[in-house]
Design a protein around this ligand. Structure first.
Ligand SMILES: Nc1ncnc2c1ncn2[C@@H]1O[C@H](COP(=O)(O)OP(=O)(O)OP(=O)(O)O)[C@@H](O)[C@H]1O
Ligand SMILES: [Mg+2]
Length: 218
C-alpha cells in the first residue's frame, strides 16, 4: 500500500521535517507512528495524503507515484484514503450524518447508498442517536468519532489518523484506538500517529518512532 524509499521532506523555509525515511506498509497492517512534537508525524501523513511531496527519494502510494500539479490523479487517490485530521475538519451547521455523507459524495454512489453507508458508520462509532444533531452541539470526543465515521464510511484502502487520542481520557483513548485498529482488514491498512505510547497495545502492534525526522522501527 505504501512503499517509501529514502524519502526526505524539506519545507520551503528550509525545515527538514523528514530525513531518508524507508518504510513499507501492506494491506491488513496496523502501524503506530510515535515521536515527540515536531518529529515529523503529521508531515509523514501529509506525504501519504499527497498534501506534500518528497524533496528526494521515492514514495509509492497504492502502487503509484505522484507529482505536483497532477490534480486529477491526486483527487482520485484521495477517494481511497480515509484521513482523520488532528482538527477533524467537520462542516459546522451540518448534522453528524450530513458530515459523513458529504465525505462520500464523489464516489459515484446513489443518495440512498450514501445514506445507508453513512448510517452504518455512525452506528459503528456508537453515535446513531446523534445522527441529526449539528456537529457544533456535540462534544470534542463525539466530533472525533464523527470524523472517524467519515473516514471509514467509504471503506478506504488506507486509514490515516493523526493524533486521534489527543484530548481524551485514558478510557476513551483506548476505545478510539480499538475502534481504529478494528478497521484493518485484508484490503485496508491503518496508520495512527500518537504521543501516547503507553496506550498502544504492545503485543501485536507495529510501532515506528520518529526523532527529528529520522525513523526507527521499535
Ligand atoms: N508547512 C510547514 N512549513 C515549514 N515547516 C513546517 C511545516 N509544517 C511543519 N513544519 C515543521 O516540520 C517539523 C515536523 O512537523 P510535524 O507537524 O510533522 O510534527 P509532528 O510530529 O506532527 O508534531 P506534533 O506532535 O506537535 O503534531 C517541525 O519542525 C515543524 O515545525
Ligand atoms: Mg502532528
Amino acid at each position: 500500500m505504501i512503499e517509501a524509499k529514502n524519502v526526505s521532506l524539506q519545507y520551503a523555509d528550509g525545515t527538514l521535517a523528514l530525513h531518508s525515511i524507508s518504510l513499507s506498509v501492506k494491506a491488513g497492517e496496523l502501524v503506530y507512528i510515535t515521536g515527540p512534537s515536531g518529529s515529523g508525524k503529521t508531515s509523514f501523513l501529509k506525504l501519504i495524503m499527497v498534501m506534500e511531496f518528497p524533496t528526494s527519494g521515492s514514495l509509492k502510494i497504492l502502487g503509484q507515484t505522484y507529482a505536483r500539479g497532477q490534480t486529477g490523479r491526486i483527487r482520485q487517490l484521495r477517494r481511497s484514503l480515509g484521513p482523520v485530521f488532528q482538527d477533524f475538519k467537520l462542516v459546522k451547521g451540518r448534522s453528524a450524518l450530513e458530515n459523513i455523507m458529504l465525505g462520500m459524495r464523489f464516489l459515484g454512489l446513489s443518495y440512498s447508498e450514501i445514506k445507508k453507508k453513512s448510517q452504518e458508520a455512525l452506528a459503528r462509532v456508537g453515535l446513531e442517536h446523534k445522527a441529526n444533531t449539528p456537529v457544533e452541539n456535540m462534544s470534542w470526543g463525539e466530533n472525533q468519532r464523527i470524523s472517524i465515521a467519515r473516514a471509514i464510511a467509504r471503506k478506504p484502502a488506507i486509514i490515516l489518523a493523526d493524533e486521534p487520542t489527543g484530548n481524551l481520557d485514558k478510557e476513551n483513548a483506548i476505545k478510539i484506538l480499538d475502534l481504529l485498529s478494528s478497521c484493518k482488514d485484508s484490503n485496508t491498512a491503518v496508520i495512527i500517529t500518537t504521543h501516547a505510547t503507553h496506550l498502544i497495545p504492545q503485543n501485536q502492534s507495529r510501532i515506528i518512532r520518529l526523532n527529528s525526522g529520522v525513523m526507527e522501527e521499535a
